[in-house]
Design a binder for this molecule. Structure first.
Ligand SMILES: NC(=O)c1ccc[n+]([C@@H]2O[C@H](COP(=O)([O-])OP(=O)(O)OC[C@H]3O[C@@H](n4cnc5c(N)ncnc54)[C@H](O)[C@@H]3O)[C@@H](O)[C@H]2O)c1
Length: 316
């Protein structure tokens, strides 16, 4: 739980009869740690009826994933409310019902689909975040804008808002755009929902290999996917330049490749751990052919590896 809540928000928190503080981050989602937490939580909840009990998850995406998972399995499921405290959780992770835990450092290996009964967006809580958290969320906001391309994206391009103001003002249409896709494929059965993984395949490689925050890793994964889309012939160079301009001016995102390229072996291993692997050596990669037109395509690991070498992400 972050320690910088406003007085008003702190007094709201004090109204809850049972509170349980955790330290945010990937360790919280680690399967080994989870058992200890669940024992303490189940003790805390021992006198509560599962019929009336509600888990209120206050925190960033890691807290949401952890608490959402707990709510989904405790007594076979109790009520869940998300109060996202990071922009990334507000714009993305608290919506859509995915919960996730990590095994031995490999992200999101266990999870459930468990949409929250409510998601409360608290302006004062979100606006009080440091600049670094704003940066974390811009990749996910940019991602959903590129996938959806609806009228709100044209409004977003035209207005002069930036940073937290941009995020707050475009939270609602960005969430609606995500939910429009989730509702067509809530349990990722048909594959439609996979388009939300734009930027995530290589983003997750960066996140694990370099320990970058999820949001920043995803924005770099987005640059990789755009370059790959151009190289693949799906996206015209002219359109790509327009998108790069938008990413820089509106979302303050720039391509910042790691100084140290990965070895081919490390890159492939991390790619193959990705849960979006379709079968064997094939991975469903999300390309973009223009704003509002994502495309799912099955590609081989060696094809992505070749592209990663070309882009300088993997050592030549
Ligand atoms: N379930 C999903 O659909 C989904 C989608 C995207 C990401 N995720 C997951 O979300 C996680 C990333 O989320 P995140 O970026 O919110 O990270 P996080 O939960 O680790 O929080 C990042 C940091 O922000 C701090 N923080 C939280 N609220 C704050 C506040 N109001 N003010 C100041 N600091 C605050 C935390 O203490 C932490 O240090 C990853 O584990 C990722 O896998 C899940």
């Amino acid at each position: 739980m972050p320690g910088e809540f406003s007085g008003e928000f702190k007094s709201w928190l004090r109204k809850f009869p049972h509170r349980y503080a955790v330290t945010s981050g990937e360790n919280l989602k680690d399967l080994k740690q989870v058992a200890g937490h669940f024992q303490k939580l189940s003790k805390l909840a021992s006198e509560l009826s599962p019929k009336t009990m509600t888990v209120v998850a206050v925190g960033g995406g890691s807290v949401g994933d952890f608490a959402g998972f707990f709510a989904s399995v405790f007594k076979r499921g109790v009520r869940l409310v998300h109060v996202p405290s990071t922009w990334l959780a507000a714009v993305d992770s608290s919506h859509g019902g995915k919960t996730a835990l990590n095994i031995s450092g490999v992200k999101n290996q266990i999870g459930t689909f468990y949409p929250a009964d409510k998601v409360l967006l608290v302006r004062s809580l979100l606006m009080g975040q440091p600049e670094i958290r704003v940066k974390d969320a811009m990749g996910e906001l940019a991602k959903i804008a590129l996938i959806d391309g609806g009228p709100w994206v044209r409004r977003l391009k035209r207005n002069s808002l930036v940073g937290s103001d941009l995020l707050w003002n475009f939270l609602k249409p960005a969430i609606q755009a995500k939910m429009k896709i989730v509702d067509q494929d809530p349990r990722e059965k048909t594959g439609i929902r996979q388009v939300l993984n734009l930027g995530h395949t290589v983003g997750h490689v960066f996140e694990t290999a370099y320990g970058w925050p999820h949001g920043q890793a995803v924005s770099q994964g987005l640059f990789f996917a755009l370059e790959y889309s151009v190289a693949d012939g799906a996206l015209k160079s002219r359109d790509a330049l327009e998108i790069y301009d938008l990413l820089e001016k509106k979302f303050s995102l720039a391509r910042e490749w790691p100084h140290r390229p990965l070895s081919a072996r490390r890159f492939s291993d991390l790619l193959l751990q990705d849960k979006k692997r379709s079968n064997g050596n094939q991975i469903t990669f999300i390309f973009l052919s223009r704003i509002g037109k994502p495309m799912r395509r099955s590609v081989t690991v060696s094809n992505i590896l070749r592209e990663a070498r070309r882009q300088g992400v993997v050592a030549k």
